[in-house]
Design a protein around this ligand. Structure first.
Ligand code: EPU
Length: 337
């Protein structure tokens, strides 16, 4: 086990923000992970995955464990179904591409989401009508205090909209080491109802889409409005879409008749935060080296040398303004560190 000191985390977070880890350990082996946890028992730890869902506002004073466990394998299969286990450090999109190459269906709508496989269950990643929970079979995780290995079923994970037990009751207690997915080998169930996907397939004149076609459509949509972290630092949606009651929504509609919404249940409605932020005048606003993306108001960006604390202040200003104008509280999806 090698512990390095004063390591820059800039290459390891998709916002591209500079912050130092006082001590840092690159984890490429499960046995080493267990040893490090034993040696650093009762010490606070910082677990780093793909760095795609966090805003670093300061240096990290605790030991950073960078989970880079690799490997993808088929663990079980029948004529129609395949169970694929991917290690936590696999890049999410590379894993999607691997599945497409093997004609395994289920995660094509989740193409191009930044981050790693190991963090995908934590916030139940989702896009274009599909959420991780729809293909999740189980995950294996190590308890940071006891080093016991536990397998979590879908029920154990208590998935919700960008939520799971790993963000709630078990926060900080487990490190996910691998995830097993239940995917289809044939008769793939496509999810093409999302308006933008339909349109994109029409543009490409595709009537009977394959999973690869759906993935290509999603990639085209995402590339048209979401900035690539390689070019402009960002963490995808910075805020969650707020869920409000039908009564609150009706009141909102009286003042803002054009407000879009999605039905969540008979009593709850989801309102796109991007719309609220755009109406509040923030879309495309740039302050020095940071701002709100021009094509998608939900995304905050680092144009170069922004500080995490600047972006955090902007996020707070947006939250306050939305509360004042619409009387709606919007929560961050990104973890503020
Ligand atoms: N909208 C605006 N202005 C904007 C952005 C959005 O008015 O600048 C309104 C439009 O009415 C649009 C609606 O918001 O029709 C919805 O926009 P979009 O389809 O882009 O989806 P979203 O609600 O902004 C969510 C996820 C995305 C996911 C897309 C597609 C959250 C917080 N975000 O965004 O996830 O890709 O749906 O399914 O739920 C992510 O989590 O990082 C992420 C990108």
């Amino acid at each position: 086990m090698t512990i390095e000191h004063n390591v820059s985390l800039q290459p390891f977070n998709t916002f591209g923000l500079e912050a130092k880890a006082k001590s840092y350990c690159n984890i490429t082996d499960k046995t080493v992970l267990s040893e490090v946890l034993k040696t650093n028992k009762n010490q606070p730890l910082f677990i780093l995955g793909g760095g795609s869902n966090m805003l670093l506002t300061k240096d990290i004073e605790t030991l950073v464990l960078h989970i880079n466990l690799k490997g993808i394998e088929v663990v079980n299969e029948s004529d129609n179904t395949v169970f694929v286990k991917a290690m936590a450090g696999e890049n999410w999109h590379q894993f999607v591409l691997w599945c497409l190459e093997h004609n395994y269906g289920g995660i094509e709508n989740l193409s191009l989401i930044p981050g790693n496989v190991g963090t995908s269950p934590i916030q139940n990643i989702g896009a274009y009508g599909v959420e991780l929970k729809d293909v999740f079979e189980s995950c294996e995780a190590i308890n940071v205090n006891t080093q016991d290995i536990r397998t979590f079923t879908k029920e154990d994970c208590k998935f919700g909209y960008r939520e799971s037990v790993f963000k709630q009751d078990l926060k900080g207690e487990y490190i996910i080491t691998s995830v097993t997915f239940k995917l289809s080998k044939q008769n793939h169930q496509l999810h093409t109802d999302y308006g933008a996907i339909k349109q994109q397939l029409q543009i490409s004149n595709i009537v009977k889409p394959t999973i690869k076609d759906v993935s290509n459509a999603v990639i085209a949509i995402r590339q048209s409005k979401l900035p690539d972290p390689k070019d402009i630092g960002n963490s995808g949606s910075f805020f969650k879409n707020p869920v409000i009651t039908v009564e609150e929504f009706k009141e909102l509609q009286t003042n803002f008749p054009d407000v879009p919404s999605y039905k969540v249940s008979d009593t709850l409605v989801k309102v796109p935060a991007g719309w609220l932020i755009e109406q509040a005048g923030f879309k495309g606003k740039r302050f020095n080296d940071y701002g709100v993306h021009q094509k998608q108001a939900l995304v905050l960006v680092n144009y170069g040398n922004a500080k995490g604390s600047d972006i955090f202040e902007l996020a707070q200003l947006i939250q306050k303004t939305i509360k004042r104008i619409f009387n709606i509280s919007i929560e961050t999806e990104v973890n503020i560190i």
